[in-house]
Design a protein around this ligand. Structure first.
Ligand SMILES: NC(=O)N[C@@H](O)C(=O)O
Ligand code: NI
Length: 162
């Protein structure tokens, strides 16, 4: 069993795995006659393959216990997957770089601060959504369309918090 203490999520630490969605680190500009600030182009949405399209969904998830025991990581080879909390929910992240196998030494765990979302790039191995503290509601943007787009890799990981 691999044991990991979740580290605070940062853009640099997550760069291998995808994007951190956080207006505090975003480029922005004023639109709509000064009434709106547009936080622009926060994540790269990937929808690969013939007939692929972007899906916009809502996930309402029950909280996970801490320590969190993960039994597998999954990946979506044909598209990215973004999770954006709608009410300041914190969540745990367990990731490994894209590849046909997972080196346990490359598995990393993070915890968000409630103002951060993530976008897993296509092929990034990740634990399924794991919200902390209370029921969470997330906007999810990922890839729909034909073909297989979810591989699982058995891996036991215990994730703790400070
Ligand atoms: N299955 C599904 O839509 N969600 C998972 O991919 C996940 O990462 O939570
Ligand atoms: Ni997923």
């Amino acid at each position: 069993m691999l044991s990991l203490k979740a580290r605070p999520l940062t853009e640099d630490a997550f760069a291998t795995f995808g994007d951190v969605i956080d207006r505090r680190i975003a480029k922005s500009f004023t639109i709509n006659g000064g009434r709106t600030q547009r936080y622009h182009d926060l994540a790269r949405v990937e929808t690969l393959g013939e007939g692929a399209r972007a899906l916009v969904s809502l996930f309402v998830s029950q909280p996970v216990p801490v320590p969190l025991d993960v039994d597998f990581l999954e990946r979506h080879p044909k598209g990215s997957q973004a999770f954006i909390p709608l009410h300041g929910e914190r969540f745990l992240i367990v990731v490994a770089p894209p590849g046909e196998t997972i080196d346990p030494n490359n598995v990393q765990a993070f915890v968000t601060d409630g103002r951060q979302g993530v976008n897993y790039r296509a092929g990034t191995w990740h634990a399924v959504q794991s919200v902390l503290d209370r029921e969470g509601e997330f906007l999810v943007i990922d890839r729909g369309g034909p073909g297989h787009n979810c591989d699982e890799y058995p891996l036991k990981v215990r994730v703790t918090l400070d």
